[in-house]
Write a protein that binds this ligand. Structure first.
Ligand code: 173
Length: 320
């Protein structure tokens, strides 16, 4: 080979090398089971991102709770065992208790980005969890109480209800006996009659066939289900500016499609009725009190666990 050709080859190799080194792969897990609507949307998002992110950033979806159990996911992100997760705050209160407060936000995530709510969240998530909350990808999904014994008032005495931290204070305040399980254990608990009901958002009860074991949905709903992408803070900060910008933009696009959940809520209500699930409705005054009690007990619980940040969160999360 002529020396000039040799030089050209070396130059090309050198030019190529840094570009290749600029691609990084983040390991992603989900705290929700793989058959859930949340994970289906996550996988669709990742597929597209990996096409557009060639040479910059790739996401490697490891799996759901079989890879890392639901209530261990937060710890895994905090410690860097995985780089990113799809989770709800209720699943990682064992990292810091403020995580469960995201269910109490009363304005869209887009507005939380403007009014300082998300800035406060990310201050707390960084300080207490070594995490960055990249995007909220579920909203417009109120929670409901589902029961298999008819009730005529917000009185759950004598009923055993499956919970996560989301529902603990509210359902306990109505006299329920509560039992915490991951989503993956709800079907079996219902099938065996270990519980008389459960808390879950308006959508998703068909994903693991819970509708087969569900008689009633109690209206109205309360709070707003939160599911977000969280990233190990050190890993996030260690990305190049280009990788960070790419990931943030992709995540914002994902978040920008949250209107999906409004239509999905309506579809799921119809689908439940078609499946024979009856609706229990309280009168208007009782409904209003029920929702108020949900927020009052929810905030009391958060503020008790975090006198430091609870009141600040309440101020920024509550619609005036
Ligand atoms: O498992 C749950 O009931 C729960 O806490 C939750 C939170 C957000 C979305 C779906 C479920």
């Amino acid at each position: 080979m002529k020396p000039i050709a040799m030089l050209a080859l070396i130059a090309a190799a050198l030019a190529g090398a840094p570009a290749a080194a600029q691609e990084t792969t983040l390991r992603v897990v989900s705290a929700f089971p793989e058959n859930s609507i949340y994970v289906k949307r996550l996988e669709t998002w990742i597929e597209r991102l990996n096409v557009e992110g060639k040479g910059v950033l790739q996401l490697n979806f490891i799996g759901g709770p079989k890879a890392i159990p639901t209530f261990e996911v937060g710890k895994s992100v905090q410690g860097g065992v995985v780089d990113m997760a799809l989770s709800t705050g209720a699943f990682y209160t064992n990292v810091f208790p403020e995580s469960d407060a995201l269910k109490l936000t009363q304005m869209p995530i887009a507005e939380q980005r403007r009014n300082g709510a998300l800035a406060l969240v990310n201050r707390i998530w960084a300080e207490k969890g070594n995490m960055f909350l990249l995007a909220r990808v579920v909203e417009n999904q109120p929670f409901h109480l589902y029961v298999n014994k008819p009730i005529t008032a917000p009185d759950l005495k004598g009923l055993k209800i499956r919970i996560t931290p989301v529902y603990r204070d509210f359902f306990s305040s109505m006299g329920a006996t509560v039992m915490q399980t991951a989503p993956g254990e709800v079907y079996t608990a219902l099938e065996r009659g270990v519980v008389d009901g459960y808390g879950w958002p308006v959508g998703g009860i068909f994903d693991a066939n819970w509708h087969e074991k569900t008689k009633f949905r109690v209206d109205p709903g309360f709070y707003d289900a939160e599911v977000s992408l969280i990233v190990n803070l050190k890993r996030w900060k260690g990305l190049t500016a280009r990788q960070r910008d790419f990931l943030q933009q992709q995540a914002l696009n994902f978040e920008g499609r949250n209107d999906f959940w409004k239509a999905y809520a309506q579809e799921e209500v119809k689908r439940q009725a078609a499946a024979g699930i009856q609706t229990i409705r309280f009168d208007e005054a009782t409904s209003k009190k029920y929702v108020q009690q949900a927020y009052d007990t929810g905030w009391a619980g958060i503020i008790k666990l975090s006198p430091q940040y609870g009141p600040q969160m309440q101020k920024l999360f509550t619609r005036k």
